[in-house]
Design a protein around this ligand. Structure first.
Ligand SMILES: *Cc1c(COP(=O)(O)O)cnc(C)c1O
Length: 322
């Protein structure tokens, strides 16, 4: 097997140039109450306020912007029912690229509609009887579409890294950083920025306890695959880290922490009540990991990535009502 070419901080910098004026430079917010409670200085990077409501716009737009004119003309396919689908769909509209999104037929209507709303074609498949990879492969073969995967792609990783680059530019070097972890695109990109801009910073990935493949992979030193987990953190239910994301995590991450769904709901409530921010359960992972470790963060300057805010308000209410 050949060693894949890993993205570098130079790739994050060039992604930042491409995203300039197109992605929002999202705000970095603080809470003096929280800082007093923890005896720390905590900076929240608010990607719930990014276009499409999550950081995934950064990676998708960067990846699409690098396709050749011919690839763009033929179009792009993505499979996802979540934030990546909307990110690719909006990027396609901005870059005049036809987008096809392969989604399970039982994906929430609201997500199908949001994706169609950005002008994408939605192809539904039967989750129990068909393999989405096979459905996507057929489209790639027949129509010459290019696949943009949700995390294991150098331009996707580089794009995701621009959020932490902005954070560190705003705050200066940090002692610690907590970042949600699914397949590792966001964390790997974040680590490239940390390595370049704040090399002494201890950076942690945080994943749902039910889907702790990342933690197990870091402990065993090779990529561990798991069966589909059940958690309210629906953006972090990937079954394995990627071939590109894992080596970057191994090189730079200080560790991977896990949190329960109950902890995520508590944090989601805190963001709503105290910060007036709607953060989806997956977006709460980093903050939940930090709050679990008050001794670790005391006296420190700490960054937390709030990765997204997309949740049905009725579902949000249900979760908070417990
Ligand atoms: C996709 C997603 C994640 C996880 O990102 P990975 O790059 O797969 O690790 C975290 N939070 C939100 C809101 C997401 O949409």
């Amino acid at each position: 097997m050949t060693t894949p070419q890993l993205p570098t901080f130079a790739d994050v910098q060039s992604a930042a140039d491409r995203l300039q004026g197109i992605a929002h430079r999202t705000p970095v917010l603080t809470s003096s109450t929280l800082n007093q409670q923890l005896g720390a200085e905590v900076f929240f990077k608010c990607e719930n306020l990014q276009r499409i409501g999550a950081f995934k716009f950064r990676g998708a737009y960067n990846a699409l912007s690098r396709l050749t004119p011919e690839q763009r003309r033929r179009g792009v396919v993505a499979f996802s029912s979540g934030n990546h689908a909307q990110a690719v769909a909006l990027s396609g509209r901005l870059l005049d690229t036809p987008i096809t999104v392969v989604m399970p037929a039982d994906a929430p209507q609201i997500k199908q509609n949001a994706t169609r709303g950005y002008g994408a074609t939605v192809v539904l498949y039967d989750r129990l009887r068909e393999d989405r990879q096979v459905v996507a492969d057929a489209l790639i073969q027949e129509k010459g579409l290019t696949l943009v995967p949700p995390f294991d792609h150098p331009h996707v990783i580089a794009g995701q890294g621009t959020a932490a680059k902005e954070l560190l530019e705003d705050t200066g070097p940090l002692d610690m950083l907590f970042c949600p972890l699914g397949g590792g695109g966001l964390l790997a990109g974040t680590l490239l920025s940390v390595e370049a801009l704040s090399p002494d910073c201890a950076a942690y990935g945080v994943e749902p306890l039910a889907g702790n493949d990342g933690q197990r992979s870091m402990e065993t030193g090779s990529i561990v695959s798991i069966a589909p987990p059940t958690s309210i953190a629906d953006g972090a239910l990937s079954l394995a880290l990627g071939q590109l994301t894992f080596p970057i995590l191994q090189r730079v991450a200080r560790g991977v922490l896990t949190v329960t769904d109950e902890e995520l709901v508590q944090v989601m409530r805190w963001f709503g009540e105290r910060m007036k921010l709607i953060v989806e359960p997956t977006g709460c992972l980093g903050a939940a990991g930090m709050l679990q470790n008050p001794d670790l963060v005391r006296g420190k300057r700490v960054g937390v990535i709030l990765s997204g805010g997309n949740i049905d308000l009725s579902r949000y209410g249900e979760l908070l009502a417990g």
